[in-house]
Design a protein around this ligand. Structure first.
Ligand code: NDP
Length: 284
């Protein structure tokens, strides 16, 4: 019997990247599925992105994740974009299709899957509020619009950034999106079904920070989501729980974007429970 010692390769390019835990859950999934695949966590600065993407092609890698600061900068090195990645204007996952490298964005899809599977909510016809206008907010807002929310309010500190995001996504999706500047305390309205913190407020090491929001008028069914996954339980989540509201943590989004990436790369159903457990252990 002939042996095959060759591994299929995927990974992540970023800077800084050492604390990115995606490899832990992907490697656990490969092992659980008996796949001879490896996930490489690779530190690459902006000046080396071109060479690194040449390496992805030269090594015949099956795909690659992009994290800070490469999600937009990688686009010129790709052969095509998915519809969502085009609308969002950023790529977090590259998939090899034959010789072509295609840019996808699984952040928002991962978020939406978490809302459905872990939050038990179908967002179609629901009213959503997204705090933030950065990369995570764009990805989340795009998928919410494509999934048919009836109203999407973007609230952001920088008016210029918030308005630019709303203009871009309104043109890209034709969906019901509007903007409100974040001044002082933002009071979540009693008609909102879903509230998402897509800012970096509360992210390690600033774990005591909490978005300045008032949840006192929120309806009891409001689902409060945090994109921040480190720490797993944020101050915002504690505040929401204190009011008896349901919460969804950032780990959910992180796991499901990985689940979707795994399935895009391998064509195999992802072992979700294994991936969740590996990630929870790594971040415990
Ligand atoms: P960006 O840097 O692109 O955007 C940051 C956003 O946070 C901006 O809207 C910014 O507002 C806002 N913000 C930051 N600090 C403050 C502050 N002190 N007051 C008010 N607003 C503030 O970051 P990303 O969008 O890439 O990431 C946002 C968060 O989402 C991070 O915590 C990241 O870890 C998380 N994330 C989680 C993922 C997951 O799978 N769970 C995936 C991707 C990201 P302004 O425009 O005014 O500067």
């Amino acid at each position: 019997m002939s042996e095959n010692y060759k591994s299929e390769l995927v990974g992540v390019l970023g800077q800084p990247v050492a604390e990115n835990p995606t490899g832990v859950m992907q490697e656990a999934a490969f092992a659980a599925c008996g796949l001879a695949w490896r996930y490489l966590t690779i530190e690459v600065g902006p000046a080396d992105l071109s060479a690194a993407m040449g390496g992805v092609r030269a090594f015949g890698m099956k795909g690659i994740n992009l994290t800070i600061p490469h999600k937009v900068a990688v686009i010129p090195y790709l052969d095509g974009l998915s519809e969502e990645a085009r609308v969002i204007g950023a790529v977090n996952t590259v998939v090899r299709r034959g010789d072509a490298l295609i840019g996808e964005n699984t952040d928002g899809k991962g978020f939406l899957r978490g809302v459905r599977q872990d939050g038990g909510m179908d967002v179609k016809g629901k009213r959503a509020v997204v705090l933030g206008a950065g990369g995570a907010a764009r990805a989340i807002a795009t998928e919410l619009l494509l999934a048919g929310v009836s109203d999407l309010l973007v609230v952001n500190r920088s008016v210029e950034r918030g308005e630019a995001m709303v203009r871009h996504l309104a043109a890209g999706t034709g969906g019901p999106i509007r903007f409100e500047p974040w001044v002082g305390t933002y009071a979540v309205g009693g008609d909102a079904d879903l509230f998402v913190n897509a800012t970096s407020i509360g992210l390690f090491p600033n774990v005591d920070a909490c978005p300045d929001v008032d949840l006192s008028r929120a309806k009891p069914e409001l689902l409060v989501c945090d994109a921040v996954f480190n720490p797993a339980v944020t101050r915002l989540m504690e505040m929401a729980r204190g009011r008896g509201l349901r919460v969804l943590d950032g780990l959910s989004m992180l796991v499901y974007q990985g689940v979707i990436g795994f399935e895009l790369w391998t064509g195999v159903n992802a072992p979700e429970a294994v991936m969740k457990e590996a990630l929870r252990k790594a971040l415990a």
